[in-house]
Design a protein around this ligand. Structure first.
Ligand SMILES: Cc1ncc(COP(=O)(O)O)c(C=O)c1O
Length: 382
């Protein structure tokens, strides 16, 4: 410390000197990006709250009253550690999927499971196959473990199953990602096509089938349980139809060897007891879930009608959001909507970035969104 300098000043000086910290070369090479700018950050940037939050595909329809009650009860025991085996929840989930509980892994949302799967199977430099512009958190994890992403273009509004399989064969990738229904386009493939896709893949490639939105999709999308195929890792979440995104809980249904491997590396206490209690109770309220699905279907129809009224195309959706095709002005529209305190998102990559992606909100949120869209669309149209 130089003479006369205060301890605080010395500390600031040290901070400003960019110390050389012992990060791995991989970590040093990573850009400082996050998969999504959160709506809270947008509010901080705007200096005011959002008026309409229909950008993050959260549920607008709350949680089951049974889940609320169970979660309140679980708060009373929050001083205890949670059950790291999520025993009761797995015991309940297993028969719902026609599998054994050793074939279910509970984690802090699909996002955590995606990272774990990459860590299980990808070494630095390994190719990993996904669709160009699909769910970016998967890509984030691939980058974080040093994988080499091999993105496959969509075919129109759809993930291209044949091209994904061809890319796996060409590159020898140990892991391929498919969201069905897809985010950000909302489109879906029938289960039979997914089965054909699996049939085309080599025996040594793991397949993540991300079914975050499957509750909102037609019955033909629901793949019969096939955990006998050790390559297939199906992922489900309580974040969407169950309305528990902030609780951070999801699960994988997979071959028991995959679940055992996940057990070797997962954060065993990651899923807190309030989330576990809420998820368990929500599973016991199928009527609530059916009501949410009905309301989402109604909202999708409303967005399609709005698109028709404004001369836009609504991409057919099996999710709780709708992609509206805007054209080259999509990004400008997104910005103008945000200036009007309306939060929507858009796909990050061409050619999907011709669309904006709007979550089905409450009837009031949908009316508010429609009102602002009608007003601002002429401002961005050429
Ligand atoms: C395709 C897809 N997978 C996974 C997730 C995240 O799921 P979770 O909240 O369980 O981490 C999302 C969230 O938007 C998503 O769109």
């Amino acid at each position: 410390m130089s003479e006369g300098a205060t301890p605080d000043a010395a500390c600031n000086l040290e901070r400003s000197m960019d110390p050389v910290l012992p990060f791995t070369p991989l970590i040093r090479s990573l850009p400082a990006v996050v998969p999504f700018v959160p709506p809270e950050a947008l509010e901080r940037r705007n200096g005011r709250p959002l008026a309409v939050r229909v950008g993050a595909n959260e549920s607008a329809f709350g949680i089951s009253p049974l889940a609320r009650e169970a979660m309140r009860g679980a708060v009373e025991q929050i001083s205890w550690y949670n059950d790291p085996e999520a025993h009761e929840l797995r015991l309940t989930l297993a028969p719902l999927h026609g599998v054994a509980m050793e074939e279910v892994c509970v984690a802090a949302g699909i996002d955590e499971l995606l990272g774990l799967m990459v860590r299980l199977s990808v070494e630095p430099g390994d190719p990993v196959v996904s669709s160009r512009g699909s769910y970016p958190t998967f890509n984030f994890h691939v980058a974080g473990f040093g994988g080499r992403l091999c993105p496959v273009p969509y075919r129109g509004d759809y993930t291209d199953l044949e091209a994904l399989a061809a890319e796996v064969k060409k590159t020898g990738a140990p892991l391929v990602y498919l969201a069905n229904p897809d985010n950000p386009m909302g489109t879906f493939h029938p289960a039979a096509s997914v089965r054909d896709f699996l049939g085309q893949l080599p025996p040594d490639c793991l397949v993540i089938l991300d079914e975050a939105y499957v509750e909102f999709a037609p019955a033909q999308v629901h793949l019969p349980v096939e955990t006998l195929d050790p390559r297939l890792v199906r992922m489900r979440t309580f974040s969407k139809a169950h309305g528990m995104a902030g609780a951070r809980i999801g699960y994988a249904v997979a071959h028991r060897q995959v679940v055992a491997a996940l057990d070797k590396i997962r954060n065993h206490f990651a899923v807190n007891r309030v989330a576990q209690a809420g998820a368990l109770a929500s599973l016991g309220d199928p009527g609530f879930l059916a009501g949410v699905v009905r309301q989402v279907e109604e909202g999708r129809r409303e967005y399609a009608a709005l698109a028709g009224e404004l001369g836009l195309r609504a991409v057919p959706s099996g999710t709780n959001f709708v992609a509206l095709e805007i054209g080259p002005q999509a990004r400008r529209l997104l910005e103008v909507l945000l200036e009007n305190d309306v939060f929507v998102r858009m796909p990050g990559m061409a050619p999907l970035d011709r669309c904006i992606r709007v979550t089905v909100g409450t009837p009031q949120e949908r009316r508010d969104f429609a009102q602002v869209l009608r007003r601002v669309l002429p401002q961005v149209r050429p």
